[in-house]
Design a protein around this ligand. Sequence first.
Ligand SMILES: *Cc1c(COP(=O)(O)O)cnc(C)c1O
Length: 396
Amino acid sequence: MKRIYADNAATTPLSPTALEAMLPYFREQFGNPSSFYREGQLAKSAMEEARIKIASCIGADYKQITFTSGGSEADNQAHITAAALGRSQGQMHIISTAFEHHAILHPLKALEKEGFRVTLLDVHENGIVDVAELEEAIGEDTCLVSVMFANNEIGTIQPIAEIGAVCRKHGVLFHTDAVQAVGHLEIDVERMCIDMLSASAHKFHGPKGSGFLYARKGIRLRPLIAGGAQEKSKRAGTENVAGIVGMAAALTESNARMCEQNKHIAACRDALIAGLETIEHCALNGDREQRLPSNVSFCFEGIEGESLLLLLDDKGICASSGSACTSGSLDPSHVLMAIGRVHDVAHGSLRLTLGEDITKEEVDYIVQAVKEVVERLRSFSPVWRDLCTGKAKHLL
Ligand SMILES: *Cc1c(COP(=O)(O)O)cnc(C)c1O
């Protein structure tokens, strides 16, 4: 049976175009970009060409792109940079949100231990930051506002241009973790007043282990890795030439196809949402309108997300739940908690993130499969029995 890959927020398949673009750099063009002779210079010019292509996809200048090992590294570097700048100016306050990726939340925890004060904004029931609340939180000592472009679990898109305008007005640095948005949504760092932006190739059909950090002119990035003078001393280590070339090819392709593909994906998303909503006692997570074209996120009462995933896997569907079960923790997802789902409800979550090749038939198949599995799991769930007999109250 053909498997249905519906976990594109976790990673995406490598585009054949990107693979083709990368292959020469694994074979004959293996030179080190720092080497003086021809082979090295060929690698260097491929890398610089990639930088120009990537910059043009987000409305930036190539000088403002620094290559990293992925989204997590870019997020860490952005925060370390802003914190160092803040500390040097006596500004020790950082504003972010409660539902950021752990690559933001964990560095923030570390900065708190170093004396920074961190405000995590509420994202409300719809999973969207309130710009007025954000502005209210900005003080004289705020050195950074960091708000993700689109959430990786519930797919909600934040009012990035408005947030950028508010930060610019108050002279505060604005970083966005745009890992879920780059290659999927239109981005213009100038128009949106974005000072720093993180991206990761494997979320837009590029290779894993390759990403970039955009930093506006005038922001001197602090290196996380010390060593050679690569990336203008902002990131030591011999560059991942093939990964960088593959990332540029993937992003160029994704951006060119974005408009057309988003229409198709969004239509499939809406059909999937409509189908799943016919199941009783469930709810869509996150705003219906301001959401990624690919994202479907639900909570079902009376079931365990992990069991749901196992049974869907048996039916050939790759999906994910919001819960942190993979990390060995039984805590429900911080994202679902941030939008006000209670523990029990948050445990019954399901995230389906669609790719360009999804078909209407596959959507129908997923709806049918989820219906069957939810019904089966509920049939032997003590929690569900209590809900049905009135011992416990339905929340959805
Ligand atoms: C995947 C992801 C990351 C981490 O990116 P890596 O390249 O895997 O390190 C960070 N933020 C968000 C929103 C993501 O979805």
